[in-house]
Design a protein around this ligand. Structure first.
Ligand code: HEC
Length: 134
């Protein structure tokens, strides 16, 4: 009973303050492991880099907004808005909220690749990003 009411209080607190700190319910390594498990193979950093920096039949690559070197802040290709670096080494908040990871992979892959990315492609991109150092 105690646990349940605590969880409820936390849920209400989170709901009541939308601008507050993110949920931080996961780690980049855990996301890499999740996609690798789903794909049935480890992520390949080299393949991830190639996937990230090339276009896929459209005009954008992932790097169009997240930069060729994603340890740097990105810049949105349309709005010009500055984006936090995607590489965990340069951004402690990167890949720390699973729902956010899924939301942006879905949205960005549709924009860039024209479909959702496969688990293997996501494992490759994660292996690349997690392996980058500042
Ligand atoms: C048109 C611009 C644009 C392109 C192109 C783009 N992204 Fe993004 N991406 C964003 C924005 C905006 C965010 C959210 C950033 C923020 O809120 O700080 C984001 C966030 C993400 C996140 C969430 C990271 C996290 O911390 O959870 C992932 C994963 C991601 N992008 C992957 C990709 C991949 C993979 C590609 C290429 C297939 C790609 N993006 C291409 C704009 C873009």
């Amino acid at each position: 009973m105690h646990t349940r009411s605590t969880a409820l209080v936390l849920a209400v607190a989170a709901w009541a303050s939308p601008g507050a700190a993110r949920a931080a319910d996961t780690r980049p390594g855990a996301q890499l492991a999740r996609f690798a498990t789903e794909a049935g193979r480890p992520g390949q950093a080299d393949a991830g880099r190639a996937f990230f920096t090339r276009t896929h039949g459209g005009k954008w690559s992932c790097a169009s907004c997240h930069r060729e070197v994603p340890t740097q802040p990105g810049q949105h290709a349309v709005s010009g808005k500055t984006l936090e670096p995607l590489a965990p080494a340069a951004n402690t908040r990167a890949f720390t909220e699973q729902a956010r990871v899924d939301k942006w992979f879905r949205r960005n892959c549709k924009d860039v690749v024209g479909r959702e990315c496969s688990a293997g492609e996501k494992a490759d991109v994660l292996a690349y990003l997690v392996g980058l150092t500042r």
